[in-house]
Design a protein around this ligand. Structure first.
Ligand code: HDD
Length: 712
């Protein structure tokens, strides 16, 4: 999918090509030189537009049931939907590859996918939201799924992660409850793509173990700017087994090269309506524009001997392993560099299982993982049938040989007279091999059958405090605003009173701020002291790109007739060389003319979108070049003033040149900023405002750049 701008530009500049395509098609059909339409049973079709009828040629008689071509077409349409995922229904995916960059992991595992630096392991990654149905919007506040399928030479390995390192619950048996609570309510099927409702907050208010995860979802992590700008976490505790047979506990981390960035909540709300496919398009646009997203792949490792050295249970999925205690070990990276060819065949039918591990990787007794290991295979059978691993997107790249037979859509043909083991055949049928088969780690277990959780599982607030304390001031404000938004959508006082009381276990100021906003229980007494510990590694500010970059950022250049052509061309060249994607937004789609160009002449620039067709929310920055005439038109357009004000309110970078400087200042009611000609940046309450002169042509020109200092 080319970026919208390019597609529009191509179409407008070569309008004739559309006519040409129609001629070409006619020519192909008339002379039977192109690919023919066929039925599913392979018969060529010459008419897919009219049902077979009994008619005297003048009057249209009854359509005939014998028309197997039309019947097949309707049959196929009637049965093309499959059950959507029971959670994570809304998603989008891309192909890429994973590369090990060093031998650091070989101390812990013999799995070649994590130790062989000569390999490029193909992967497929699907990003998703949790609560909404398949057709819901991308930019809702929610957890984001981060599911990775590694097609390794030893079999498929799936990491079915999220963009948040912990989870709502400790034991898998609670999953139906948390999902029922967050999904649309059973009596109204409301809300769609939102956790802001009584049932969700009722459940988490009664389930203190969810508190840590709720803090993460209510933080800016819950509204990522892009799938490309969010972390991924395997969440559960797995194990690694090395060549000596030693076992270590492990957690998996994916760190985005572009850093971790979020939308502003007001932006997320608006984009949900303006462009529900925003994240989906963003991923395609980046890959199509030659900027494949990249992540570093890291592990955290704990020796078996240290399992009980922490004040939390390392098998508890509601807890992180703080990096200060268990540092990250960077071992590889992966890139997503190919979009899917067909959404349904690939992304919709992609299926993951936490139980799909390869030799050198093992499970742990993490109760959440144990239950997940049952659920995923089970759910795929409902969605895709028992032979779902024969669907190309799920098929391993290594040989699959076993005695499984039958089931719907069985594609594999196994030439053998036996389908059991042991059997009398010479070894041409697959048999259990002595060396190299998957070996379970000989873990010692003892005890009695009982329903229990480890003692340390009972502590639910210290890491919620750690997370809250680690947020920057503006991240804290955003979290308070988010909780206030959510709880103000709960109209049952039991719900918001219970939750504002529970928050007194995290931080009394947080609890009071939210309680005041939502008419909750306000109290000055904390339910437990906030330990005040913090760590930089939990704020998303910690994950800035190693090299600052505007690559893939979407820049809107607002223009009207009479703009400065040289300036615009120069700026677009600079943006393009930095791999930012720029779009011309003007009064109408089609051509507009620069100062000095004749209206209607072939000169000028093609507008990608008109002011009413897009909003500043869909871009990362806006720029208004100079040109008296064009500024006069822009200044008279209320929508343009709204573009500037809305971008400023969302802490977007705004650039203005020449006559645009005054226009932008007035639009934002910025006072006259008396800068010296070659002033530096002036940090004011508006953020970092820079202005000065630049010599573009002979005369020096005013420039103004506003980058609000923080997402306050
Ligand atoms: Fe799950 C899908 C991630 C807990 C049961 N889960 C699903 C997907 C992701 C996650 C990313 C979408 C995969 C795709 O793109 O097709 N789930 C998680 C994480 C969890 C988690 C990170 C906590 C650490 N999940 C979890 C539990 C259970 C499930 C505790 C059940 C006991 N998850 C499922 C499922 C789904 C699923 C019902 C629905 C669709 C699917 O499996 O393929 O089996």
């Amino acid at each position: 999918m080319t970026s919208a701008g390019t597609a529009v530009r191509n179409a407008v500049t070569s309008m004739t090509s559309t006519a040409k395509v129609a001629d070409l098609q006619r020519d192909t059909i008339d002379n039977n030189i192109g690919p023919s339409l066929t039925t599913d049973h392979g018969v060529k079709i010459s008419d897919t537009d009219t049902w077979l009828k009994a008619s005297d040629g003048n009057k249209s008689g009854p359509s005939l049931l014998e028309d197997q071509i039309s019947r097949e077409k309707i049959h196929r349409f009637d049965h093309e939907r499959i059950p959507e995922r029971v959670v994570h229904a809304r998603g989008t995916g891309a192909h890429g590859f994973f590369k090990v960059l060093n031998d650091r992991a070989s101390k812990y595992t013999f799995a070649p996918v994590l130790t062989d630096t000569s390999r490029n392991t193909p992967i497929f990654v699907r990003f998703s939201t949790v609560q909404g149905s398949k057709g819901s919007a991308d930019t809702v506040r929610d957890v984001r799924g981060f599911a990775m399928k590694f097609y390794t030479e030893e079999g498929n390995w799936d990491i079915v992660g999220n963009d948040i390192p912990v989870f709502f619950i400790q034991d898998a048996v609670k999953f139906p409850d948390i999902i029922h609570a967050v999904k649309p309510e059973p009596h109204t099927e409301v809300p769609q793509g939102q956790s802001a409702h009584n049932n969700f907050w009722d459940f988490v208010g009664l389930q203190p173990e969810s508190t840590h995860m709720v803090m993460w979802v209510m933080s800016d992590r819950g509204i990522p700017r892009s799938f490309r700008m969010m972390q991924g976490f395997g969440v559960n505790t797995y194990t690694l087994i090395n060549a000596k047979g030693e076992r270590h506990f492990v957690k998996f981390h994916m760190i985005p090269e572009l850093g971790v960035h979020s939308l502003m909540w007001d932006e997320a709300l608006k984009i949900g309506g303006q462009d529900p496919d925003f994240h989906r398009k963003d991923l395609h646009e980046a890959i199509d524009n030659g900027c494949p997203p990249k992540w570093t792949f890291a592990i955290q490792v704990i020796e078996e001997s240290r399992e009980h050295d922490f004040d939390f249970d390392i098998l508890d999925a509601t807890k992180i392993w703080p990096e200060e205690l268990v540092p990250l070990i960077e071992i590889g990276e992966f890139v997503l560099n190919r979009t899917v060819d067909e959404f349904f065949a690939e992304t919709e039918q992609a299926a993951f299982c936490t139980s799909h591990i390869v030799p050198g990787i093992g499970f742990s007794d993490d109760p959440l993982l144990q239950g997940r290991n049952f659920s995923y295979f089970d759910t795929q059978i409902t969605r895709l049938g028992v032979n779902w691993e024969q669907i190309p997107i799920n098929r391993p790249i290594c040989p699959v040989m076993n005695h499984h037979r039958g089931g719907q859509s069985q594609h594999r043909i196994t030439k053998s007279t036996v389908n059991y083991w042991p059997n009398r055949q010479e070894l041409n049928a697959p048999y259990p091999i002595n060396k190299g088969g998957f070996e379970e780690y000989p873990q010692k277990v003892n005890g009695i059958k009982q329903r229990m959780r480890g003692a340390k599982f009972n502590e639910h607030f210290s890491q919620a405090q750690l997370f809250y304390n680690s947020l920057s001031p503006h991240e804290k404000v955003h979290l308070i605003n988010a909780m206030s938004f959510e709880l103000s959508h709960c109209d049952d006082p039991t719900v918001y009173e219970t939750y504002t009381k529970l928050l007194r276990n995290v931080d009394i100021d947080l609890a009071k701020a939210v309680a005041r906003n939502v008419n909750g229980i306000i109290s000055d007494t904390p339910a437990r002291e906030n330990h005040a510990r913090s760590t930089p590694t939990l704020s998303q500010l910690y994950y800035a790109p190693k090299e600052p970059t505007i690559a893939t950022r979407r820049i809107a250049i607002l223009l009207a007739d009479g703009f400065n052509y040289t300036e615009v061309q120069a700026i677009r060249a600079v943006l393009a060389s930095s791999k930012a994607v720029n779009f011309i937004i003007g009064p109408r789609r089609g051509k507009i003319h620069a100062a000095g160009q004749t209206m209607g002449s072939s000169a000028g620039i093609i507008v990608d979108h008109h002011f009413e067709g897009q909003r500043s929310t869909l871009f990362d920055a806006i720029l208004i070049p100079s040109g008296a005439e064009h500024i006069k038109t822009l200044a008279a357009n209320g929508r343009v003033v709204h573009w500037i004000r809305e971008a400023f309110g969302h802490c977007k970078a705004i650039g203005a040149i020449g006559e645009a400087v005054t226009f932008v200042r007035h639009s934002l009611n910025l006072p006259e900023l008396d800068f010296a000609d070659d002033s530096d940046a002036v940090v004011s309450s508006y953020g970092v405002v820079t202005t000065g002169k630049y010599v573009a042509t002979s005369a020096a020109v005013d420039v103004l750049a506003i980058a609000p200092s923080s997402k306050g």
